[in-house]
Write a protein that binds this ligand. Structure first.
Ligand SMILES: CC(C)(COP(=O)(O)OP(=O)(O)OC[C@H]1O[C@@H](n2cnc3c(N)ncnc32)[C@H](O)[C@@H]1OP(=O)(O)O)[C@@H](O)C(=O)NCCC(=O)NCCS
Length: 170
């Protein structure tokens, strides 16, 4: 069993330590502290998945996306969905997205999300499509910029396809 809840002020240190210990890679120092500062300004909502008091995963709802395709249409963006490798395929990622979408539905008609195009994002690609997210129609982006036909881009975390989901039926 696990629970989903919003992170509280003062949780940055244990979240940072848990992520860095459990996820198999590390976040830059101060990552969660910055998120919680942004949450205090209602820029972001940081959602946690917990087993008793252990960290299992998290995602962020960014209320004003840095991606113009979402920002210009007032579409909040769910970012940084991560589940601990040893707890995957148990519905935790889905439960985090359920909660994110519920919260977004209180403020907006559409939810936005993006994924990278190489195999590390394969699980996310399948998960988002199965949940009803569809490409936003603006094509690939590299960083903040639309990818241009005929140009060459490096396949890395900056090469992203953005998707949207209408939340009317939640
Ligand atoms: C993407 C991620 C958050 C999914 O978390 P999860 O808790 O394992 O997801 P769920 O258990 O809710 O999976 C729901 C469905 O997604 C699909 N799915 C999830 N992982 C999958 C995988 N490795 N391969 C194929 N399908 C997968 C399946 O349809 C799955 O349902 P099923 O288990 O009944 O078949 C997790 O794999 C992860 O942290 N990946 C690394 C970080 C990442 O890529 N984040 C997304 C950034 S865009």
């Amino acid at each position: 069993m696990f629970t989903i809840r919003q992170a509280g002020n003062g949780e940055a240190d244990w979240l940072q330590a848990s992520f860095d210990e459990r996820m198999g890679w590390t976040k830059p120092p101060g990552y969660f502290a910055t998120l919680l500062e942004r949450q205090a300004r209602d820029e972001v909502t940081l959602l946690l998945a917990l087993d008793e008091s252990s960290y299992l995963g998290h995602c962020n709802v960014v209320w004003r996306s840095a991606y113009a395709g979402f920002r210009d249409r007032s579409i909040p963006e769910t970012q940084d969905l991560n589940v601990r490798p040893d707890f995957r395929r148990r519905g935790i990622g889905s439960a985090l997205l359920d909660e994110a979408e519920q919260r977004i539905a209180e403020r907006a008609e559409f939810a936005g999300i993006g994924f990278g195009l190489y195999a590390d994002y394969g699980a996310a690609q399948r998960l988002y499509i199965k949940r009803g997210y569809v490409p936003d129609g603006r094509g690939l982006h590299y960083g903040a910029h639309p990818a241009v036909a005929g140009e060459t881009y490096r396949v890395d975390d900056d090469l992203v396809l953005y998707l949207v989901k209408r939340l009317g039926n939640l």
